[in-house]
Ligand binder design. Structure first.
Ligand code: ADP
Ligand code: SF4
Length: 588
């Protein structure tokens, strides 16, 4: 079985010679396999007449057509956005009192599924006509049947946290307290402000908040609304690990203490692992079709996802497993030091002071930078990058630095290709194509305007732009933000290979423990009191670094036996207590 999916935005029949139609062998033998719509003139492909040869896919200069062979087990879609539209197979099942996770790439139908579950979209099972009556009949006698009875009656109250918090200031003008008081139909606001540590931002204008603060506001607004079904689309971007865990605990309380149905999409696997009870894996072809598996226990589901094979479904979702280091990487004493920096300090008025201990970096290594928000990580990298002057101490770095900031602005009306040609010295070289553009899947983005890109697409472009500038030292601030799990694994590989094969050094600031674990050879650990003072320690090996970092947070991690991925221990569990006694917060 196969489907033909047309990206209607890309299909421009007035600007091409209709090559799909001209070259389609079935059209040439007289079938009406490809027609053009009477209203919009765009291609319509009749799947039952298509042989799946793929010629139209190659001939279309706008990359508008996908012909996709589907796994045999799929019969009919749960929902399809019309002929040649995206098709969704299966639905996640909300459970009262439980947190249900969805794990999978972007563009695979997670938002479509949530729209259906919130009652805003009636699933059509791939047909033109649909009604709630049909849906109730279809799911009668199943858990979803009862759920849809409520959803279809219009009595289901839904509260959702959007994925891209950066857009909130565009939609809301006013103070944080205005926004949250309006959302607070449950009366839970005071408790949530306390637990998410938001007192200081209540009187601030929404437009003046940082990404991390906006993320907290969005999570709080979703929690304090009284509803039956809660959906959180990514809670982690811009939050540090301590804030992620705090938010995760509050969301668990919604399910456990208030008996609500909670669903989350989360790409930070350490957080998903501690937050969700069950997960549905979503797989397929982004923008083509998506399948939601049956629910799996969270440990089993994440392990299957990491290994890339789903045994119950007999589906391979990736050629290779995502790999974690079982042992901390070596100190690398034999590797050449290419650059040293001296101790320095920086004060911003009376409000914040940073003290940084000097250190050195080695050729070809990737250094991870971890620590709470507000302890000066971005200031530290900006000083290294020469964007800010320190007050005392000379950094003493006389090398060229390429820097990707944490918040990426897309305010210029410029196409991705033009931007990269302008900033990237290596743009268009064979090296650039194979090592950067192809893995980060940039080819499909070249003709888009920067302002039309999603957060994840913008992140991939920014990572590529940073790595393809000619420099000695590369600094990437939170490259994982808005990337899905697949893209995080790919970005990790691209950055590591780049440093290794060019004998360059990279520093990566990130809060995703999985990414830090995979990407770093050594660590710089930040400590301090958020927004008041920060201390940047000298680079140290992974074991010492993670122990210091996690002991400051009072959290321990163990390794999953099967996949070697890090897992958060339950607070005060046997392992947690044993590891804390031994001072082994990581790598036990
Ligand atoms: P995810 O939430 O997993 O990122 P979505 O459910 O948002 O995925 O989208 C899956 C696919 O469905 C995308 O290719 C998107 O362009 C398409 N899609 C979403 N809404 C519509 C719509 N109203 N009409 C047609 N296609 C849509
Ligand atoms: Fe025609 Fe189908 Fe081949 Fe496209 S894939 S050229 S529609 S037969």
């Amino acid at each position: 079985m196969r489907i033909a999916v047309l990206n209607k935005d890309k299909c421009q029949p007035r600007q091409c010679s209709k090559e799909c139609y001209k070259y389609c062998p079935r059209v040439r033998t007289g079938d009406e396999t490809i027609l053009f719509g009477e209203d919009d003139g765009k291609a319509i492909i009749t799947e039952s007449l298509c042989s799946g040869c793929g010629i139209c896919v190659k001939k279309c200069q706008f990359d508008a057509i996908m012909i996709i062979g589907l796994p045999e087990s799929l019969e009919y879609p749960t929902h399809r956005y019309g002929q040649n539209g995206f098709a969704l197979y299966g639905l996640p099942v909300p459970q009262q009192g439980k947190v249900t996770g969805i794990l999978g790439p972007n563009g695979i139908g997670k938002s479509t599924a949530v729209q259906i579950l919130s009652g805003a979209l009636i699933p059509n099972f791939g047909e033109e006509e649909t009604s709630w009556g049909k849906v109730l009949e279809h799911y009668s006698g199943t858990a979803l049947g009862d759920y849809f009875k409520l959803a279809s009656s219009g009595n289901l109250k839904v509260s959702q946290k959007p994925q891209y918090v950066d857009l909130i200031p565009k939609a809301f003008k006013g103070k944080t307290s205005d926004l949250l008081n309006k959302a607070n139909t449950s009366g839970r606001l005071e408790d949530v402000i306390e637990k998410l540590e938001m007192k200081d931002i209540m009187d601030r204008d929404i437009g003046a908040l940082s990404g991390g603060e906006l993320q907290k506001v969005a999570i709080a607004a979703c929690i304090v609304k009284e509803a039956d079904f809660y959906f959180f689309d990514e809670i982690s971007s811009y939050l540090d690990i301590y804030q992620r865990i705090n938010a995760a605990r509050l969301i668990q309380d919604l399910a456990k203490e208030l008996n609500k149905s909670v669903m989350v999409v989360e790409h930070d696997l350490a957080i998903l692992d501690m937050l969700a009870d069950t997960v549905h894996i979503a797989y397929g072809t982004p923008a083509g079709y998506g399948v939601m598996t049956m629910p799996k226990s969270v440990r089993v589901g994440i392990n299957q996802y990491i290994k890339g094979y789903l045994p119950e479904e007999n589906i391979r979702i990736r050629d290779e497993a995502i790999r974690f280091e079982t042992h901390p990487p070596k100190d690398g004493a034999d590797v050449r030091t290419i650059l040293s920096y001296d101790s320095f300090t920086k004060k911003f008025g009376d409000a914040f002071s940073l003290e940084a201990k000097g250190g050195s970096v080695k050729e070809g290594e990737v250094l991870g930078i971890v620590g709470p928000n507000g302890t000066g990580k971005s200031t530290f990298v900006k000083i290294l990058a020469g964007e800010i002057e320190p007050d005392t101490g000379e950094v003493g770095i006389d090398v060229k630095i390429s820097y990707k900031p944490q918040y990426i602005k897309a305010d210029a009306e410029i196409r991705v290709r033009d931007l990269l040609m302008e900033v990237a010295d290596k743009f268009g070289t064979g090296y650039y194509e194979t090592e950067i553009a192809r893995p980060l899947r940039l080819d499909k983005l070249y003709d888009s305007y920067l302002t039309d890109l999603s957060g994840g697409e913008l992140q991939r472009v920014a990572i590529a732009a940073c790595l393809s500038r000619e420099a000695d030292f590369y600094i990437l601030d939170e490259p994982s933000a808005h990337l899905d799990v697949e893209q995080r694994a790919i970005a990790t590989r691209v950055i590591t290979r780049f440093a290794e094969s060019n004998s360059k050094t990279a520093m990566v600031v990130d809060h995703d423990i999985y990414m830090i674990d995979m990407i770093s050879q050594r660590l710089i650990v930040f400590e301090g009191e958020p927004s008041k003072s920060g201390l940047a320690n000298a680079p140290t090996n992974m074991k010492n670094g993670m122990n210091k970092f996690l002991s400051n947070l009072d959290i321990t991690f163990r390794r999953d036996e099967e996949t070697k991925r890090p897992r958060v221990n339950n607070n005060m569990s046997r392992l947690d207590r044993e590891q804390k006694e031994k001072g082994e917060y990581y790598y036990s």
